[in-house]
Design a protein around this ligand. Sequence first.
Ligand SMILES: [Zn+2]
Length: 415
Amino acid sequence: MEKRADLVVANASELLTCKENSPDLVGVVRNGWIAVREGKIEAVGTKEEIEPMISGSTEVIDAAGRVVAPGFVDCHTHVVFGGTRVGEYFAKIEKLSPEEIERRGIKTGILTTLEPTRGHSLEDLYSETASRMMDMIISGSTTIESKSGYGLDRETEIKQMEVNKLLESRLPVNIASTFLGGHGWPQDVGKEKYMDFLIKEMIPSVGESGLAEFCDAWCDEGHYTAKECEAILEAGVNAGMKPKLHEGGYSYIGGAEVAAELHAVSADHLNYVPRRSLRKLADAGTTGVPLPGIDFAVGHDRPFDPIPMVEEGLEIAIATNCCPGCWCTSMPFIIILACRRHGMSAERAIRAATFAGARALGRQDRIGSIEPGKVADIQIWNLGHYADIAYHYMTNPVGVVIKGGKVTVRDSKIL
Ligand SMILES: [Zn+2]
């Protein structure tokens, strides 16, 4: 007997499968249908193939005239934070001198976020973060990576990752939790002493807690050196966490070599990374994650260039990088920036926001594309053609979100 579907998405004008080896990068199927069963994609095909799987209890969603795509995988965020840095944002826009910034008492940089994040209770930090995350969910994100790194002490780092757990348990989204104790160091402690504490105490105890899947650090001039990042990430690997690395965002000091050597799941930012190092990342199977949102928000002197990345064979993902320096919750907006400001094709940007995002989290076997066996994380855009997602600057083009086979968002509302 034919297998019955719990849910069918019918009649998509364009169904983007985003399968890994799609020659057009997005695997477009015209008049595509999807059958979902027990939270997973059962079949993808034509009306003739899928319609017999509909029974009386099947929920059928008509996607006529619209685009159907995998849920977005937002693979780089610092969404759990307290406070605001709007003063710093306008100081950059107005190109204020360091003296003027000081005179006006404007605080800048990630250490500014430490105080409010440390000061928030778990519930307050959760509710501020949840409101940002609900916006991400109605904008089509079904899996979101979320980093700690605004505590730089044991208590707050753990609190940030506890918020990740709460977000996943209370909202229709999967969270990939990353420990970013190597985001910086508290000025009152100093780098050397903090690193010692990080490697000998914090990383082993975070590993034991099971609160983080990934361990991350920031490799750049004025931050951690390549050698220091190597020590941090190796300690993470020994504690059972997979490596990720912020590197080459504002200078190039050899982070890609470390990321490649450790087979990091992702290397993020990459503005200054030279070609030969991009090639090493590609060869190591690492996914590159350039970040259009932060380049836009800070008016970056050297916005990333995807062309050498593609030419050197690097799989590129894009992400919101939602943080106090780049308050972005919308993957569609990130796609607009990736295309218009960085010269990516719509196909490249959509793949980067779905399949490649999943790859940057090591989850490409479960999510990121629409094919049988994968989790039914699906979205429907109120657009007739997929390239319109980078062309129509809409408030929100996402009409429906399906998470794990259940309709969770309709008309910009979480159900
Ligand atoms: Zn980051």
